[in-house]
Design a protein around this ligand. Structure first.
Ligand SMILES: [Fe+2]
Length: 249
């Protein structure tokens, strides 16, 4: 099964279990591509880091951003800070990182980035942990590491009042945002239109929409008019990772 070309077939479920792994680079990383957008270069994928992994270990930066939700395991990119399952980070373009990459236990993560990430090497990094170069101007800022558990789950006027939203990052200029949605068990209703096109990944639970049912590990995309997952009911409740774009895209 191949990745979904974003918005060519809105709301079609991509079942992660049905997607083949592809090898990424030369250090044992694998990924399952869930969605990609040929017009912008955005790609969203499930990343597998094997137990005992060591990366290139050379400080570098990219011309694009990396946005990551850690699902399980742990990984370090500088030998000091470890990201664990349940952590989120948003690393803008032009942030130097990767001084000492390794993972003892392996890890799984959901990753979204805006292009193929070429390694632009920094042979003599100024710091031992990741840091922005002067050209870093992403309005989302650099979210180094947050624990999703620590983020308050709040009502959001853009969504049904029974839903709770955990905001992970936001672009104040465009309104684009990344957040987690918590739908309670037994919910029925109607997902309202969104402020922009979106992607969603069901972390756990179930959501029924007008034409499709989504469960653990299902990914899809939609337009603003579709409403999130075109949701109308959830039996067990659901936790859904959502990436929403500005209305212009
Ligand atoms: Fe990198």
């Amino acid at each position: 099964m191949t990745a979904l070309a974003k918005l060519e077939t809105p709301l079609a479920p991509v079942r992660t279990a049905d997607v083949d792994w592809e090898v990424l680079g030369t250090h044992g990383l694998r990924r399952k591509r869930l969605g990609h957008d040929v017009s912008t270069g955005h790609v969203t994928f499930l990343l597998d880091i094997p137990r005992g992994w060591h990366g290139g270990g050379v400080a570098h930066y990219h011309e694009g951003f990396e946005e990551v939700l850690m699902l399980s395991g742990s990984v370090t990119l500088d030998g000091q800070h470890h990201w664990h399952g349940g952590d989120y980070f948003y690393r803008p373009a032009h942030v130097v990182h990767g001084l000492a990459e390794s993972s003892q236990e392996g890890a799984r993560a959901l990753v979204r980035c805006d292009r193929m990430l070429e390694l632009l090497l920094v042979p003599e990094p100024e710091r031992s942990t990741e840091y922005p170069l002067p050209g870093q101007t992403d309005p989302r800022g650099h979210v180094f590491s947050v624990k999703v558990d620590d983020i308050p789950a709040e009502c959001d006027p853009a969504f049904p009042r029974e839903w709770k939203i955990k905001s992970l990052s936001r672009d104040p200029q465009t309104g684009a945002r990344t957040f987690m949605t918590i739908v309670p068990p037994g919910w029925t209703g109607s997902a309202p239109a969104m402020a922009g096109d979106w992607e969603a990944f069901v972390l756990d639970g179930d959501v029924a929409g007008a034409a499709h049912r989504y469960g653990d590990g299902d990914y899809t995309v939609g337009s603003a008019a579709d409403g999130l997952l075109a949701a109308s009911a959830s039996e067990r409740g659901a936790t859904v990772m959502v990436w929403m774009f500005d209305g212009a895209r």
